[in-house]
Design a protein around this ligand. Structure first.
Ligand SMILES: C[S@@+](CC[C@H](N)C(=O)[O-])C[C@H]1O[C@@H](n2cnc3c(N)ncnc32)[C@H](O)[C@@H]1O
Length: 261
């Protein structure tokens, strides 16, 4: 992944991101916009260490059910710990391409920055559509890495850096813009797309999210940047006033009422 610090486990980075001002605000917006009612069944695809499970549990209340699924065993173990004391939440290790759930069995599907990593995003959206009940809603939050902008005296350098990320680092780097069409292709109606642009002025925080330094070393090794360009870029990011941003698109898509399974 592009976005973990050297030596840091992904779950640590995700827990910190979720706890940041940025993480808290966009995550609560998604849960709110999903319009989850007490008693509902909600599926969190790629739940990671469980950043969203408590908020989803609160939304469904004691009569509802939340199921988190992730294929990373250590993230699942952390998520299980995070939700101990919330009997309405279950966490399972599994692959979001093949859900062991019946069709039309859940009211909401929540997924945050997962499709960017999977082998087949269309298959995952198809699974989400299959398990949603008629009028059920999926909320898919995915970045579009072409929206990464960084202020730098020579604009060719951030463009080359971004190109390295979209070509080599993130598997489905333009997934943010593709989710509405994937939903339509799988019988979901994407009613709303909310863009969320994260702006970073603090280099330490930006480095945690983007892994600037580590990714720059890789971009140099892959000859997207020269050694000199890489050094100047890192020096600039460390010493100048940072402006960097990236946009996440959150697509809310509804399963048509009475849609045949
Ligand atoms: C960027 S993390 C997001 C985690 C969580 N949604 C959050 O917001 O903190 C992406 C997660 O997707 C999971 N993931 C990637 N591919 C998967 C797959 N095929 N099946 C299940 N989980 C997957 C990873 O293990 C990781 O926990």
């Amino acid at each position: 992944m592009a976005n973990t610090l050297e030596g840091e486990r992904p779950a640590d980075y995700l827990t910190r991101l979720a706890a940041s001002d940025l993480g808290r605000s966009y995550k609560s917006l998604i849960v709110e916009e999903l319009g989850i009612r007490p008693g509902a069944t909600v599926l969190d695809l790629g739940c990671g260490p469980g950043a969203d499970l408590a908020a989803l549990a609160e939304a469904v209340g004691s009569t509802g059910r939340v199921l988190g699924i992730d294929n990373d065993a250590s993230a699942v173990a952390e998520a299980v710990q995070a939700v101990s004391g919330l009997p309405q939440v279950e966490v399972e290790e599994g692959d979001v391409h093949h859900l062991e759930l019946s069709e039309r069995s859940v009211d909401r599907v929540h997924t945050d920055r997962v499709l960017q990593h999977v082998a087949d995003p269309n298959a995952v959206v198809a699974e989400a559509a299959r398990v949603l009940r008629p009028r059920g809603i999926g909320g898919f939050a995915e970045p579009d890495w072409d929206t990464l902008v960084v202020d730098y005296p020579d604009p060719a350098i951030p463009i080359a850096y971004r190109q390295f990320i979209t070509d080599r680092v993130v598997r489905n780097s333009r997934i943010g813009r593709q989710v509405p069409a994937l939903c339509e292709g799988n019988g979901l109606v994407p009613n709303r797309v909310i863009p969320i642009t994260a702006v970073f002025r603090d280099v330490t925080e930006a480095d945690r999210i983007f892994g600037f330094q580590r990714v720059t070393h890789r971009a140099v090794a892959a000859e997207y940047l020269t050694v000199k360009q890489g050094e100047s870029w890192i020096h600039h990011l460390r010493t100048a006033r940072l402006f960097a941003s990236v946009t996440l698109f959150v697509t809310f898509a509804e399963r048509k009422p009475g849609d045949p399974a």
